[in-house]
Write a protein that binds this ligand. Structure first.
Ligand SMILES: [Zn+2]
Length: 440
């Protein structure tokens, strides 16, 4: 039998092992402490201890460490850096299996933290229940399914007694769901210790699409000043002391953002992304009580950006400037706003990255999918993923994993078992093809 067929057969015959590994991981409630979930205050250390043990039993050399924010201060102002972030009981884990040194190396990576379960589940959020071909639990799609698939892909190669030429690294990080500093810490660790791989797969849920790009995300708060005054009484001109309705001024911005979006819908497109970059309004807050014009209004928006729009820090500075300029231009249309220009507070800048779709590693993934009779779909992720730091330190990176991205963060989060198995097979083939192996 072909060595690759042995690997694939092992996966088919050991579906239960893949399922059990994922269930074990789902039953460890690794809620990111940013969510202050009192029911599950476990942080990330228990799942990392579980994975360390699992990888060591497979023959991986492991390193487990709590990142130190102070040592990462050189990244001040860069994506994913948060001064003073506390990593107590929140370790990163790196497992290494050496090949014979003649092949390409690969890093398989993902985050072990999850968002809080929230209300409304019909399944146990940390139960790992199986029903109708699906495994349920917080993190099933985002992204413990992807981590189970990467580990089982390596286990299948070992079980089929295939020796890899290149090194395989498995890196699992804390703290993705609240900023991405765990990934920054892993990328820094790899760089400082000369452990950079020739390529990297971040197994975030992509429905088995190959996603060589993710978008940058800006959150901003546009603050619009008005002047309160009795809403039932005549007010007269604001220049003579009359009230100014902040809500009325917000209308202007809501309309103008639509115009900007129409412009962006033509300009800010990418051939691998299904939708253009937009400024989406996420929250509108204004007004104090029913008898007064609003003294103050806030529009909280989410704007996306593309890798070619990044500034010298590989972040969204240029797009922030573009939005600020637009806000200033709009203010000139209105005498009150011209004299009381709105202010933008920037809340989040989550970076983006791209690996050329013709890079050999992207082609390697596509060829590996074809080998298991899957049609390789190339489609970027419209949201942010942590691929940026892996690319920044020099590793071509793709996102590829099981599960539907939109299921992430929902109640009754699940992963179809069939997709988990297909991902395991695809990853096993990708590792074999990329790293090379000794022919029997
Ligand atoms: Zn995720």
């Amino acid at each position: 039998m072909r060595q690759k067929d042995k690997v694939l057969n092992w996966i088919d015959e050991n579906e239960d092992k893949v399922i059990t590994l994922l269930q074990d991981m789902l039953q460890i409630a690794s809620v990111n402490p940013w969510f202050e979930d009192d029911t599950y205050p476990t942080k990330e250390k228990n799942i990392q201890a579980y994975l360390k043990n699992y990888l060591e039993n497979m023959g991986f050399e492991t390193q487990l460490w709590e990142p130190d924010a102070a040592k990462l201060a050189k990244y001040e102002g860069r994506a994913g850096y948060y001064a003073g972030r506390d990593f107590t009981d929140r370790p990163n884990l790196l497992g290494t299996i050496k090949g014979n040194g003649t092949g390409n190396s690969v890093l398989l990576t993902g985050h072990v933290d999850v968002v809080k379960a929230g209300e409304g589940w019909t399944k146990a959020p940390f139960g790992g229940e199986v029903e109708d071909g699906k495994i349920y639990g917080r993190g099933a799609a985002d992204m413990k399914g992807g981590i189970a698939a990467m580990i089982m892909a390596v286990q299948a190669i070992q079980a089929a007694d295939v020796k890899l030429d290149g090194d395989v690294f498995i890196g699992t990080v804390a703290d993705e769901e609240a900023g991405g500093m765990g990934t920054l810490a892993l990328a820094d660790f790899l760089k400082e210790n000369d452990l950079l791989a020739d390529a990297c797969i971040l197994t975030e849920a992509t429905s088995l699409n190959i996603a060589p790009i993710s978008r940058g995300i800006l959150w901003g708060r546009l603050i619009i000043e008005g002047r309160s005054g009795h809403i039932e009484m005549p007010q007269g001109d604001w220049r003579t002391g009359g009230a100014v309705d902040a809500i009325d001024k917000m209308h202007l911005y809501l309309d103008q953002f639509k115009r900007l979006n129409a412009d962006w819908a033509v300009k800010k497109v990418h051939s691998l992304l299904p939708i253009p970059c937009q400024i989406n309004i996420a929250q509108v807050n204004a007004g104090e009580y029913p008898t007064s014009f609003a003294n103050h209004g806030e529009i909280i928006f989410n704007a996306q950006y593309l890798p070619h729009e990044r500034d010298e820090l590989r972040m969204g500075g240029k797009v922030k400037q573009e939005i600020s300029d637009f806000v200033s231009q709009v203010a000139k249309l209105d005498p009150w706003l011209a004299e009381h220009p709105p202010v933008i507070e920037w809340l989040v800048d989550a970076d983006c990255a791209e690996t050329n779709k013709n890079h050999p590693f992207v082609r390697n993934m596509a060829a590996s999918l074809r080998e298991i009779n899957e049609y390789p779909m190339l489609e970027g992720i419209c949201a942010h993923t942590d691929m940026g730091w892996f690319v920044n330190v020099g590793m071509p990176t793709i996102n590829f994993g099981p599960g539907e991205p939109r299921i992430a963060h929902q109640v009754d989060e699940y992963i179809p078992i069939d997709e988990l198995i297909r991902a395991t097979k695809a990853l096993a083939m990708a590792i074999l093809n990329w790293c090379g192996y000794e022919r029997a």
